[in-house]
Design a protein around this ligand. Structure first.
Ligand SMILES: NC(=O)c1ccc[n+]([C@@H]2O[C@H](COP(=O)([O-])OP(=O)(O)OC[C@H]3O[C@@H](n4cnc5c(N)ncnc54)[C@H](OP(=O)(O)O)[C@@H]3O)[C@@H](O)[C@H]2O)c1
Length: 238
């Protein structure tokens, strides 16, 4: 199992839901955490909680529907880490409201693709070259198991495009110790998943940590299902 002491980790969308669980699970592993949300105040309580517990934690803010805010975020992460990000957890996303079939608007497609596909891809583009130069990195893009939901077409298409980004980047990473994989968190009762979802958001851990802690031999391009690891000892898998 990979050790994370002092590694620099960025978790996007860390203020609530799945990202918050991932951040809380990573902090005790000794990494240096950078928590993202749209506003600094959205992660302030979590930063206080984790720093009080003795962890090294920073927060950054960016609205992902804004190119200038995303570019500023990339620069801020470079400054904080001295341009040495080790783990990129692309978790933040939006889901448009259910729409009648054939009715999603262009704006809904554009916003979904910007926040759920283009920004994760641009964060990969910004930080993977450095990982490759140092021959170490872990990138996890949070996908979705969404299937046969035409009322959520803008969301599901944006996630499918993210899956494709990962698949088509694999040759670039081949042979290196920079691994990029996908996580399907399962249907969880977060703000996005809603109150009727089958699973407690806490059940995303420990599975969400697997693609961070895997060794080089595990490779890239896999889809990890977080719920497969509920109640399991990670050491049995890593
Ligand atoms: N929950 C599920 O059942 C489920 C199922 C499959 C996949 N997923 C995926 O899991 C990931 C996390 O989902 P979740 O359920 O934890 O969602 P969530 O509870 O709605 O949290 C979303 C996170 O993303 C951030 N965010 C929202 N809009 C943003 C924007 N415009 N720009 C930048 N950041 C923004 C939020 O920050 P603020 O606090 O600043 O708003 C928040 O931290 C997503 O990629 C989602 O697609 C979830």
């Amino acid at each position: 199992m990979i050790r994370l002491e002092k590694k620099w980790v960025l978790v996007t969308g860390a203020s609530r839901g799945i990202g918050l669980r991932i951040a809380k699970a990573l902090a005790p592993m000794g990494c240096r955490l950078i928590l993202h949300a749209r506003k600094l105040e959205n992660t302030r309580q979590l930063v206080t909680e984790l720093t009080t517990a003795g962890h090294e934690v920073y927060n950054v803010a960016a609205e992902f529907n804004s190119v200038s805010e995303v570019n500023a975020l990339i620069e801020t992460v470079r400054e904080i880490t001295s341009d040495h990000l080790d783990v990129l957890y692309n978790n933040a996303a939006i889901m448009t409201d259910y729409q009648p079939v054939f009715k999603p608007t262009v704006e809904e497609y554009k916003t979904s693709f910007m926040i759920n596909t283009i920004v994760p891809a641009k964060l990969c583009d910004a930080f993977i070259p450095g990982m490759l130069a140092r021959n170490w990195g872990r990138v996890i893009n949070v996908s979705s198991g969404i299937n046969n939901e035409p009322g959520l077409m803008a969301y599901s298409c944006s996630k499918a495009a993210l899956d494709r980004y990962v698949r088509d980047m694999i040759p670039t990473l081949k042979g290196s110790n920079v691994l990029m994989n996908l996580l399907d968190p399962g249907w969880l009762r977060t703000d996005m998943g809603g109150a009727n979802a089958d699973n407690d958001p806490d059940s995303v851990v420990p599975g969400a940590l697997v693609p961070v802690l895997i060794e080089k031999e595990a490779g890239s391009g896999e889809l990890y299902h977080a719920l497969q690891y509920v109640g399991e000892n990670l050491a049995d898998f890593l």
